[in-house]
Ligand binder design. Sequence first.
Ligand code: BJW
Length: 253
Amino acid sequence: MSALPPGVAALLGQARRVVVFTGAGISAESGVPTFRDDLTGLWARFDAERLATPEAFHTDPDLVWGWYEWRRARVRRAEPNAGHRATAAIEALVPGTVVITQNVDDLHERAGSHAPIHLHGSLFAPRCVAEAGHPAAFPAVEGGQGDEPGEGRRIPPPRCADCGALVRPGVVWFGEALPGAALSAAVDAAAACDVLLTVGTSGVVYPAAEIPRIAAHSGATVIQINPEPTPLDRISAVNLRGSAAQMLPTLVD
Ligand code: BJW
């Protein structure tokens, strides 16, 4: 059990509005890979330009859909960890808590968080390419539950049952705008909070990386949990160097 610097738990106990801002690191201990960690990060093994851009999907939809089916299967196999559960406990402790995640998994929801804001979409909300926001109705595809696709396997995307266009992963790729309502709710929560906890994010992908900076500039105390230094060290009043599953529960114990 890691000891907290004096006063940190009290900061949370006295707060009326808390934001928990999470990135891939909070799901790492559930076995979901991060993006930028050396060796284990997805971008150390896969080419983001060939997989996580609209151009990539246009050029090779089978490659992109297969990769996201593999990712989806991995998340389905994963379980929330003590960091996700402690986040839900903070929500119970401080009713004015807003959880903002960059993650496309559903581990916050499965740990009991109420309506986390997903800035980068969801692996579980594929949509039709024909029309922005048109949720896709499509039959079960290969790679569904119980049939786990290999990591390099090409799988043709399904067609939308309504209009016949291709179905794409419901995530936000590089160069795409974030969902407007989610981004504006996140900005509002960051500007209004007393304490923002930033957990397991490298803080380098914009505009999401503005969220902790907005909180700091609006007068909130920023507490960072990350085993490694990040560009958010500068704006964080407290830097807790440790893992999410180890450090977050100490705030609510
Ligand atoms: C632990 C841990 C443990 C490990 N416990 N911690 C140059 C300068 C500035 C900006 C740009 C630029 N060139 C291009 C841009 C814009 C671009 C951007 O920011 N790029 C930067 C990378 C340079 N941004 C965009 O393109 C965004 N859109 C945009 O700007 O649109 C403009 C627009 C406006 C209007 C109309 C049209 C366009 C979109 C960004 C979308 C990001 N998408 C991804 C993929 C999502 C889908 C998928 O999952 O495949 O989102 S990329 C990836 O990065 C993913 C993540 O959500 C995001 C952030 O990563 P995160 O969560 O921080 O993970 P890591 O791996 O980076 O860090 C993990 C951290 O955890 C590390 O610090 C570890 O130490 C730590 N950790 N174990 C606690 N156990």
